[in-house]
Ligand binder design. Structure first.
Ligand code: UGA
Length: 443
């Protein structure tokens, strides 16, 4: 039976979840404190780049099944289920997660709950948060124990957010085992259509559900840094990390996915999640258990420095005055997200060392310019590459992978490329006269 659902937070996670829940047949109210964002979403506009989301959002705004508001009172009065999808960014100057936004949702929503309701947290939070919030909800809600809280972590990837929301590979639900209440039953109603397809549904205690999420991201980050550490060894031995990754990836205990050596991981999740996980382990007195994540972080950041050092060498020892084209600013393709973006970080570092940096990203120019207003941004690959002494591929957009190396060789001053994502067809580029430098290969 269709439910009325509210989703607090309308960023990459919340907006996608809201549209996804409407697609599953529910009536959905998206709630955010940002009036401008709510106004745009209400007109059916997505304020960020996510393939497939504009169509889905418009479909359900037009059908009337999906509405947006800044008024939490409305959501509290109408919805049976409330999702929390606000951000938990890294705290300024610390590793720990900033819980301000999650806490604010609870402090706003719980006192408004005058009828039974289930709150399901989706945000990535330090273990122990859900138990604390469940207690707080019971204290604040006029309905008392009839306001229940569970944790339902989200595993969606930017760029595939719609697909991951509608066809997740698993659903995880954390409940307080001493007070199971109605949470599982309600979650089964919310996700009925997904569960009909035999999607694995794991019901755990609250702490396990919270830890599943951060462990998954920590594992992915570790896998990427593992192959990047091997890339460092390949670079001094003349070995090829991509062939190596293919070879070990055939072992299905290892698997080829997330063994893409290159500039490393960025974005709003992996970097801050491993740091918050270390911070939380420290608070719990088990910091040694996660010391390896410090190394995962260090390997990851060293890749960016490696590209800057390689660029310096290739242009003759000093970046001062060198003309460098950086292709890509988003932290990964099919996204306009520049949070902790390796590509943008490298562009900025080259610029600070005196290079004249021209950047082109198919979707992220505007977001990148807001972070680095002193970089030059261009609307096309050709414009960014004009007269360049060096081209750096920072994000593996299809447009760059499929660019014509011969045509591009005619635009630049020196046909020299650092393929920071090992994504170019090497032989084609070399045949077109390019001096090609990969990551962990062709050293
Ligand atoms: C990540 C997780 O993959 C999602 O499961 C999770 O839900 C999400 O974080 C989250 O916590 O919200 P996302 O940040 O969208 O998703 O990006 P990923 O696709 O995981 O890529 C992360 C970074 O790793 C990118 O910068 C990407 O370029 C890099 N990467 C990925 C590599 O350097 N090599 C690889 O082989 C794979």
């Amino acid at each position: 039976m269709p439910l009325t659902i509210s989703v607090f937070g309308t960023g990459y996670l919340g907006a996608t979840h809201a549209a996804g829940m409407a697609e599953l047949g529910h009536r959905v109210i998206g709630v955010d404190v940002d009036e401008a964002k709510i106004a745009r979403l209400s007109r059916g506009e997505v304020p960020f780049y996510e393939p497939g989301l504009p169509e889905l959002l418009r479909k359900h705004v037009e059908s009337g099944r999906l509405t947006f508001t800044t008024d939490a009172t409305l959501a509290a009065a109408e919805a049976d289920v409330h999702f929390i999808g606000v951000g938990t960014p890294q705290r300024k100057g610390e590793y720990a997660a900033d819980m301000t936004y999650v806490d604010a949702v609870i402090e706003t929503l719980a006192p408004l709950l005058t009828r039974p309701a289930v709150i399901l947290g989706k945000s990535t939070v330090p273990v122990g948060t859900a138990a604390r919030l469940a207690q707080r909800v019971r204290e604040l809600a006029p309905v008392g124990d009839a306001a229940e809280l569970g944790w339902n972590p989200e595993f969606l990837r930017e760029g595939f957010a719609v697909e991951d929301t509608l066809r997740p590979d698993r659903l995880v639900l954390g409940v307080d085992k001493d007070r199971p209440g109605r949470i599982e039953e309600v979650a089964r109603e919310v996700y009925a259509e997904i569960l009909e397809r035999d999607t694995p549904f794991l019901v755990t205690d609250l702490a396990t559900a919270e830890l599943v999420k951060v462990s998954a991201n920590a594992f992915l980050a570790t896998k990427i840094s593992f192959i990047n550490a091997i890339a460092e060894v390949c670079e001094v031995t003349g070995a090829d990390v991509t062939e190596l990754a293919d070879a070990i990836g055939y072992d299905d205990r290892i698997g080829r996915k997330f063994l893409g050596a290159g500039l490393g991981f960025g974005g709003g999740c992996l970097p801050k999640d491993i740091r918050a996980f270390m911070a939380r382990a420290g608070e719990l007195g088990v910091d040694q258990a996660l010391t390896f994540l410090r190394e995962v972080d260090a390997v990851n950041l060293r890749r960016r420095q490696h590209v800057v050092d390689l660029a310096t060498r290739l242009v003759g020892g000093s970046l001062d005055g060198a003309r460098v084209a950086v292709l890509g600013a988003a932290f990964k393709p099919n996204s306009d997200d520049v949070r902790d973006s390796p590509a943008l970080d490298v562009a900025g570092a080259l610029h600070l060392r005196g290079a004249k940096v021209k950047v082109h990203d198919p979707e992220a120019n505007a977001n990148a310019a807001a972070v680095w207003p002193t970089l030059e941004f261009h609307d096309s690959v050709a414009a960014a590459c004009a007269d360049a002494d060096l081209v750096v591929i920072g994000t593996e957009w299809r447009q760059f992978r499929e660019a014509d190396p011969a045509a591009l060789a005619g635009e630049v001053a020196h046909a020299r490329v650092i393929d920071g994502r090992n994504c170019l067809p090497v032989e084609d580029w070399q045949a077109a006269g390019w001096d090609y430098h990969g990551m962990g290969r062709f050293a």
